[in-house]
Design a protein around this ligand. Sequence first.
Ligand code: GNR
Ligand code: NI
Length: 198
Amino acid sequence: MVATLSVPKVKLKNPPLRIHRMGDKVLRQPAKRISQVNDEIRQLARDMLQTMYSADGIGLAAPQVGVPKRLIVVDIYPDKPEVPPLVLINPEIREYLGETVAAQEGCLSIPGVFCEVLRAQGVVVSFKDESGRPRTIQADDLLARVIQHEIDHLNGVLFVDYVENELLLDQELRKHGFQMQDVQRRANPLAAPALEPR
Ligand code: GNR
Ligand code: NI
C-alpha cells in the first residue's frame, strides 16, 4: 500500500506545527537521518505541508518545526491544486548543474528578511519519497534554489549566514527584530574565493 500524502493547499487558522525562529537552537542542530519511512514520518510530512501552506511558504524543513530529522517538503506551485508537493527524506545533492545564480531569498524562520544568495541553477538530488521509494530527480531554477535552501536547514545553515555585507545585513535583521549574534557568518561554497593581498 502506498500512502498518498495529499493535503489541501489552504491556509489554516491553527496550523498543526509552530515554526521556530532564528535564535532558537534547534535551527543550528544538524538533523538526523531517518532510518525508516513509517506512518509517523508521513504524519509529520502532512503536518509540515499544512504548516507551510498556512504560512505562505514554498518549502519547509523539519528542524524549522522543532524536529531534528532529515525531512523536507517543497511546493513551488501552492496555487495549483493539481500539482502534488514533493516530500524528500534524507535528501542528498549528487550534482550541481549550470551557472551560479544570485537571487533574493526569504525564510519562514527569519520573517521579513530578504537577501541575495548565490545558488547553483540546477541540482541532481537523491532522496526517499513518502512511500520510502528511492528517487533521483533533476531540479532547476526556483525548485533547485528551494531544495538547496532546505538542505542547508538540515545542516544547521541559514541563508543569512552567507551574506557578505555585514552592515546591510545587520540593518535588515534589526528592522525585523533579529540579531546579528544569531548569524553564523560563513563563505558560500559557490562564491569565487576572494583574492588574497600579497
Ligand atoms: O517560502 C520560502 N520561499 C523561498 C524563496 C526563495 C528561496 C528560498 C525560499 S524557502 C522559503 C521557506 C523556508 O524558509 N524554507 O526553509
Ligand atoms: Ni528557510
